[in-house]
Design a protein around this ligand. Structure first.
Ligand SMILES: NC(=O)c1ccc[n+]([C@@H]2O[C@H](COP(=O)([O-])OP(=O)(O)OC[C@H]3O[C@@H](n4cnc5c(N)ncnc54)[C@H](O)[C@@H]3O)[C@@H](O)[C@H]2O)c1
Length: 308
């Protein structure tokens, strides 16, 4: 870690799915930045099956580096799991300031082959898993009038832009963006910011997908591995980000971008029921307006090199 190391001094954080991948990288970084961390992880396989105590290793690493952390093995897929996870922070550290909802699984299939169990498992861990942790945290903020808290949720380009074979995952990840927009409004009066991350990093979840496309990804590279996401999340979790809410930040391959969110682009108005002839005229103009904006956005999103 370079300068401004103690940006989370005195803060208490819960990070879900922090036994591996992006969650682990964030736990290590945020602990170094001064936060006391609850390292949650059920320790399952990528498809959500199985359990293990991977969280213990991360806690040991944090403690070895002089930080403070405690493990929690609850599943975020149940309301009891979320409640118990938030309670772990209150019991061990006496409060909670930052919730990072990162835990995730995959069960990729096309719509033709997807089972109800594939659908439910993915929606439960991702979308319900965000609700199960956000609700007890929000209630705690309101009951204790805790000021300046942070929620950082994890979405994906899969849900925000679409990806073949991931209807369950994309539905959950798009839902998380919607949930974040609402929570950023509902928690504003407590100065709690709510932002969404769309990450891209070489982890056990993505390396096989990259390999299937013939792309080699190095999880130890500072611009490809999970560690690249951690400084961005820590910045959003810090007091520097008190005016930064309701946004979607994409962090991947050494880039950081702000993403568009639904907004009206062009509008026509009619005093009567739309006729088919009117729609023949108006609908292509609406599509043109959208396509021109897409072109402009593509141009603006070309990465600009930053140094120092
Ligand atoms: N890696 C990427 O490029 C990428 C891209 C888009 C979105 N994401 C999202 O980022 C997050 C982290 O992904 P990752 O790549 O680090 O994956 P990962 O598989 O390395 O880590 C996910 C962790 O979540 C834990 N977990 C799963 N179900 C859980 C549950 N019910 N309760 C508690 N913990 C549970 C797993 O045990 C695992 O340690 C996920 O939400 C994922 O969907 C990742």
């Amino acid at each position: 870690m370079n300068t401004q190391t103690q940006i989370l001094q005195g803060k208490i954080a819960v990070i879900t799915g922090a036994g591996r991948g992006i969650g682990k990288a964030m736990a290590l970084y945020m602990a170094k930045a001064g936060a006391k961390v609850v390292v949650n992880d059920l320790g399952g396989d990528t498809d959500g099956s199985g359990e293990s105590k991977v969280a213990d290793q991360v806690v040991a690493e944090i403690k070895q580096a002089g930080g403070e952390a405690v493990a929690n093995y609850d599943s975020v897929a149940t309301m009891d799991g979320g409640q118990s996870l938030i309670q772990t922070a209150l019991d061990h550290f006496g409060g909670l300031d930052i919730l990072v909802n990162n835990a995730g699984i995959l069960r990729d299939r096309t719509i033709f082959k997807m089972t109800e169990a594939d659908w439910d498992a993915v929606l439960d861990v991702h979308l319900k898993g965000h609700f199960s942790c956000c609700q007890p945290f929000a209630r705690y903020i309101r009951e204790t009038q805790r000021d300046n808290c942070r929620i950082i949720n994890f979405s994906s380009v899969s849900g925000l832009m679409g990806n073949f074979g991931q209807a369950n995952y994309a539905a959950a990840k798009a839902g998380i963006a919607g949930l974040s927009r609402v929570l950023s409004l509902e928690l504003k009066k407590y100065n709690c910011t709510v932002n969404t991350i769309s990450p891209g990093a070489a982890t056990r979840m993505t390396i096989p997908l990259y390999e299937a496309r013939g792309v080699k990804m190095d999880p130890d590279s500072p611009t490809a591995g999970p560690q690249q996401i951690a400084p961005v999340v820590a910045w959003l979790a810090s007091e520097k980000a008190s005016d930064f809410t309701g946004q979607i930040i994409h962090a991947a391959r050494g880039t950081v971008s702000i993403m568009q969110q639904p907004a009206f682009i062009r509008t026509f108005e009619n005093d009567d029921l739309w006729s088919q002839e009117q729609l023949d005229d108006v609908m292509p103009q609406l599509l043109d307006a959208k396509l021109s904006l897409d072109e402009l956005t593509k141009e603006k999103a070309t990465p600009e090199k930053v140094s120092g």
